[in-house]
Design a protein around this ligand. Structure first.
Ligand SMILES: Cc1cc2nc3c(=O)[nH]c(=O)nc-3n(C[C@H](O)[C@H](O)[C@H](O)COP(=O)(O)O)c2cc1C
Length: 209
């Protein structure tokens, strides 16, 4: 199975070759892969900022304990989850769904009310936890897709979210930084290349019930 080889090849890259850039066609494929990720109800409650501005990257690096991936990687995808899930978000989804499937949006009123009811039952922190969880599914898709394209990735949640939100003006936009992924090509002298994958034996991970 090719996916197993890809997943074995992938590792959390710490040192990127800053001379190598991902071509535009591959970036478009990565964007599409993320967009095709499953989310709860299909609401896609996040936005992905592709941070290419070198000055902003330097600022973010300072708020991420100086991790060099932030400035050396070809591309930086920052997943930002929605901080609120008002009824408008559900309506937007249902309108898009009706348009794409040629449905009458009024027929989805009960389904919409169910989703709105669920969102309304969550407090502010619960909403953020729920929307943030969705970004991690997309992160997994992104890394798997990148590995298929021979692109290295470095997932990161080691950063000060408050500082990221301030640097990027996220709160005003109803967003907050969740998790990010540096993408590009490994430097052959990344010390982490020497390490073998550390994974539990399958017997320990799985249990047949
Ligand atoms: C959500 C998430 C956040 C992570 N955050 C960081 C990080 O901030 N810095 C870092 O160097 N590695 C980070 N890692 C990488 C993990 O340490 C790494 O994936 C793990 O040790 C397994 O190694 P492998 O991915 O090379 O197989 C993160 C991984 C994940 C999935």
């Amino acid at each position: 199975m090719k996916i197993i080889d890809n997943l074995k090849w992938r590792y959390a890259t710490k040192k990127f070759d800053n001379t190598k850039k991902i071509d535009n066609k591959s970036v478009e494929l990565l964007k599409e892969a993320v967009n095709l990720t499953a989310t709860s109800y299909g609401l896609q409650p996040y936005k992905v900022l592709i941070i290419q501005n070198p000055e902003i990257r330097e600022k973010l690096k300072a708020a991420a304990w100086g991790q060099p991936q932030l400035t050396d990687a070809s591309h930086l995808f920052l997943f930002c989850n929605f901080t609120e899930m008002g009824p408008d978000k559900v309506d937007n989804y249902l309108e898009l769904r009706a348009k794409i499937n040629n449905l009458n949006v009024a027929d989805s009123a009960d389904y919409g009310n169910m989703m709105k009811g669920h969102m309304a039952s969550l407090n502010e922190e619960q909403v953020k936890t729920w929307t943030s969880k969705q970004t991690y599914i997309a992160l997994g898709t992104l890394m798997a897709a990148a590995s298929e394209l021979g692109i290295d990735s470095g997932p990161m949640e080691g950063f000060d979210k408050e500082s990221f939100d301030n640097i990027l003006g996220l709160k005003e936009r109803g967003l907050t930084a969740s998790v990010m992924c540096a993408l590009g090509y490994r430097s052959e002298d990344d010390p982490f290349l020497a390490f073998k994958k550390v994974r539990k034996p399958l017997e320990e991970m799985y249990e047949i019930v």
